[in-house]
Ligand binder design. Sequence first.
Ligand SMILES: [Zn+2]
Length: 366
Amino acid sequence: MPQIKDIVKMLEQYAPLAYQESYDNAGLQTGNSTDAVTGILLCLDCTEAVVEEAVAKGCNMVVAHHPVIFKGIKSLTGKSYVERTIIKAIRNNIAIYASHTNLDSIHNGVNAKIAEKLELQNVKMLSSKPHTLLQLVFFVPVADTDKVLDAIHKAGAGQIGEYSNCSFQVTGTGRFTPSENADPTIGEASKPEQVQENRIEVVFPAYKKNSIMNALLAAHPYEEVAHYLTILENQNQEVGIGMVGELKTEQSEEQFLAYLKEKMNLQGLRYTSIGNKTIKKVAVCGGAGSFLIKDAIRSGADAFVTGDVKYHEFFDAEGQLMIADIGHYESEVYTKEIFYDTISKNFPNFAVYLSNVNTNPIRYTF
Ligand SMILES: [Zn+2]
């Protein structure tokens, strides 16, 4: 029986906490990480009703997109839905886990799910997160190269898109003179030495730096490992906010609005008109994405699908693209399918349920 911490570890390999925004509070929010998991309930928002549903279904873990504990809590008296949800979860030994802006930021997260629902093609990051990649260059004796490469690949170095164990190497001559106090693997104190070495180059996500450097230092035969670490300016296509892709066929404004309603299961939406122009390229951002309107325009998108757009922000469309506010809940409700796919792939035959509670506090009337 897996423990809570096993599910957490797997979810954080999928959407690393390092990718959450500074204001966020993703991670394990309540519960004992060494409890055996009896079942997992998946939702967008963890509310009292969701905790009750978890109890009824025999689940002791709730995985949500929005963290129920988001701001500081100074007392737990049950005066708000947040406090009542936490109290109910703790009383029932329910672990609550949230994967929030870290899940927004990965290439197979919230926005990829919207792109999938809209059947977008050639999907790319709308705004890549800068400085999330590092390059490591180091020097290793030729005979030890494979052992060291193996260790750093296991720690996560050299994964580029669909390619793993990526590295580049070139052979040359390393020169050094050990001091009186040195304990050299090759050579003797105070005697100049020359060794055939490989110069190895690898790229990896910045958050893996410590584990990769530890693996390098543990596997490398030298007392002092000559290396450089460099922050790359490269656009990381795997980490960023929003996505942009293309519809299979061009659509008129009217067709696209009907398409959005059908694919995202909407009762209604708010939008800016682009008149007689057609829509082919579509940018998306789940939740409140109006901060990306200018990025969407720059990307050449004909429409930007998001939620929580304010009145004045609609003006920023400037007639250049359609802003379609489909609602925060509606844009992210399918996020639980990501949790479902990831958990059931890694823990098959395990009780995982999609919550039946509609946690959207907004109702519509027309
Ligand atoms: Zn959200």
